[in-house]
Design a protein around this ligand. Structure first.
Ligand code: URA
Length: 229
């Protein structure tokens, strides 16, 4: 990505551009993508189990959402990713394309990634729910309960260095805590499976409605970065 593009994304995130002393952004980027590759990726067995998981999601009928979906939305990005971002559930466009975060919230998520010097290709992005709730209503408890094991298996397979929960539903499902997002932000949690650091931030859709919260979201992303440095 050329520098002008990156600055445009930073401006969209309303953050001030900074970089580590004595390092270029490109060098940071390269260093970040080189570390921490998952031991789970080494063998064919891992590839087979990942494909099996994809097939299970694609054919899932555990809850009523399968009746109204056009596509399941498994996830996208690198299975070798250091950063794993977790959203809530597919929206209309994601349901149409079968890819997470391709609508307006996805554009802002792209800005958040680029402000970190990351691209969609080098992180992994998935949702708690793999099917779209009708009319974009909130996920129901039974849907989360039926679906969340897929997410836990995705995290276990990829073995990221950090999980970023986007919004209340992702945070509560991953941490198994029924607590307001205001109480979950601002600290590094431990995700129990694998003892991974997990940071909670606002959902990009919320940030579109409440742009003044972008500064807090930027603090959360910096906290996540500091947790793995
Ligand atoms: N919102 C989400 O939580 N996930 C998506 O994939 C799109 C919008």
């Amino acid at each position: 990505m050329v520098m002008a593009d990156r600055n445009a994304y930073l401006a969209e995130m309303e953050v001030v551009c900074w970089r580590r002393r004595g390092s270029s952004v490109a060098a940071e980027h390269a260093a970040g993508s080189a570390v921490g590759s998952s031991p789970n990726q080494a063998g064919t067995a891992a590839g087979v189990s990942w494909e099996k998981l994809q097939r299970e999601v694609a054919s899932c009928t555990r809850c009523a959402l399968h009746d109204s979906r056009r596509n399941t939305v498994f996830g996208s990005g690198s299975t070798d990713a250091d950063w794993f971002f977790v959203g809530e559930a597919p929206g209309r466009e994601e349901d149409r394309q079968g890819i997470p975060f391709v609508g307006r919230a996805g554009q802002l998520l792209s800005a958040m990634l680029f402000s970190l010097g990351l691209s969609h290709e080098e992180v992994y992005i998935a949702n708690v729910l793999k099917c779209r709730p009708p009319d974009n209503r909130d996920p129901q408890g039974v849907e989360v309960n039926n679906c969340e094991s897929f997410l836990h298996r995705q995290v276990a397979h990829i073995g990221p260095r950090i999980i970023v929960a986007l919004g209340r539903f992702a945070a509560q499902a991953l941490l198994q805590q029924d607590v307001a997002i205001s109480q979950l932000r601002g600290k590094v949690h431990q995700y129990n499976i694998g003892q991974l650091p997990l940071v909670v931030t606002y959902h990009p859709a919320y940030l579109l409605r409440s742009p003044t919260a972008k500064a807090k979201s930027w603090q959360d992303l910096m906290l996540a970065r500091s947790a793995i440095e």
